[in-house]
Write a protein that binds this ligand. Structure first.
Ligand code: FES
Length: 338
C-alpha cells in the first residue's frame, strides 16, 4: 500500500498518510491539529465526516460511532485509516497548534495519598526549560516496554517548574500499581506532552458548567486555578461526582476555591452514598444533578471529564438541554477496563 492523500475541508489543507496510519496521526504529523482526546476510539472528540473515499474504522467503538453514523459517512479520525485518497470535513483546533509537543524527563517531587484509590503526584520539571500547556490538556507518561499512560495535568500553567497529576488506582494498572507500590520521591520519569484539544477556552464570556467524575476533577482543577488566578468574572458551576465520600478527594480544595470566588458554585454529588458517608448533600448521577439545577444550557460552555459512559450521557443530555455542539468539551478517561 502506498502513501495516501487526505484533503481537509473546508480549509483545503492537504496532507499524506503512511500505510496503516490513522487520519489523526497523519494530520498531527503534518502540523494540522484536528480535535482529539483519548486517541483510542472512546471519547468522540475526533469525530468528523468522510466526504469522499473510504476508511477502515479500525477500533472505533460502537457506542462512540454508531452504525447509523458510519452509514452517514462519519468517522473517528483517531481510528480511521484511509483506504485510498480521501476528502474529510473537520475543524482545526485553534489554540494548541503553536504549542510544541515534547518529550521531557521529570523528577517525582511529591506523592500524596489523597484517597484510598487516588495518588496525587507532583513532578518537578527540568530547570530552565519552560513547559507550555493549556489548562485541561494532558500528558502521556512513557513507561517501560513502550507503554504509555495518559494523565491530565491538574495544576495551572502558572505553577512554573512543576505539574500535578492525579493517579487513580486500577486493578493491575501498569502505572497506577507502580505509583501506589514502588514509586519513590526523586525517581525519574519521562513524559510526552502537552496533548489533547480539551482546554479552557479563554476567549469566551459564556458561563461555564464543569462536570467531573472521580479523577476527572484533575483537568477541571487546572482550569479552576487558572480562572481564579485571572479573577475571571465568568460564572462557573462545578459539579464533582464520586461514588462515596472518600472519592471526593479534592472536596476541601473545591470548597476553598468556591469561598475565594464570587462566581464559582460548587456542588459535590455522591452516586452510592452509604451510612458511613454521613452525607446529606446531593445524590445520584453527577451530570443529572447539574441538569436538574440548570435545565437550559443554551449559552453555556461545558467541560466534562471522567468515565466514557458519563461523558457520553452528558453529551447527549446536555445537547437536549440546548447546549451548542461547539460548546461541549470532554475528556473521557479510558482504561483497559472500560
Ligand atoms: S480522540 Fe478519537 S475517539 Fe477520542
Amino acid at each position: 500500500m502506498s502513501v495516501t492523500s487526505i484533503r481537509l475541508e473546508p480549509g483545503g489543507q492537504q496532507f499524506a498518510a503512511d500505510p496503516g496510519q490513522s487520519i489523526l496521526e497523519a494530520a498531527l504529523a503534518a502540523g494540522i491539529t484536528l480535535p482529539y482526546g483519548c486517541r483510542d476510539g472512546a471519547c468522540g472528540a475526533c469525530k468528523g465526516s468522510v466526504l469522499a473515499g473510504s476508511v477502515d474504522h479500525g477500533r472505533a467503538r460502537a457506542d462512540t460511532l454508531s452504525d447509523a453514523e458510519r452509514s452517514a459517512g462519519k468517522a473517528l479520525f483517531c481510528c480511521a485509516v484511509p483506504l485510498g485518497d480521501v476528502v474529510i470535513e473537520g475543524r482545526v483546533a485553534a489554540g494548541v497548534a503553536d504549542i510544541p509537543v515534547r518529550k521531557l524527563p521529570a523528577r517525582v517531587q511529591r506523592l500524596e495519598r489523597a484517597a484510598a484509590d487516588v495518588m496525587v503526584m507532583t513532578l518537578k520539571l527540568p530547570a530552565n526549560d519552560r513547559f507550555v500547556f493549556l489548562p485541561g490538556q494532558y500528558i502521556d507518561l512513557l513507561l517501560a516496554g513502550g507503554k504509555r499512560r495518559s494523565y491530565s495535568i491538574a495544576s495551572s500553567p502558572s505553577r512554573e517548574g512543576e505539574i500535578e497529576l492525579h493517579i487513580r488506582k486500577l486493578e493491575g494498572g501498569v502505572f497506577s500499581t507502580q505509583a501506589f507500590e514502588t514509586l519513590q520521591e526523586k525517581d525519574i520519569l519521562r513524559f510526552e506532552g502537552p496533548l489533547g484539544t480539551t482546554f479552557l477556552r479563554g476567549d469566551s464570556a459564556r458561563p461555564i458548567l464543569m462536570v467531573g467524575g472521580g479523577t476527572g476533577f484533575a483537568p477541571l482543577q487546572a482550569m479552576l486555578e487558572t480562572l481564579l488566578e485571572n479573577e475571571s468574572p465568568r460564572p462557573v458551576h462545578l459539579y464533582v461526582g464520586a461514588r462515596t465520600r472518600d472519592g471526593l478527594y479534592r472536596d476541601e480544595l473545591a470548597r476553598r476555591f468556591a469561598a475565594a470566588s464570587r462566581t464559582l458554585r460548587y456542588v459535590p454529588v455522591l452516586s452510592e452514598a452509604t451510612p458511613d458517608c454521613a452525607w446529606n448533600g446531593r445524590t445520584g448521577l453527577v451530570h443529572l444533578a447539574a441538569l436538574a439545577d440548570l435545565p437550559d444550557l443554551s449559552g453555556f460552555e461545558a467541560y466534562v471529564c471522567g468515565a466514557p459512559a458519563m461523558v457520553d450521557a452528558a453529551r447527549r443530555d446536555f445537547a437536549a438541554a440546548g447546549l451548542a455542539d461547539d460548546a461541549f468539551f470532554a475528556d473521557a478517561f479510558t482504561t483497559a477496563a472500560n
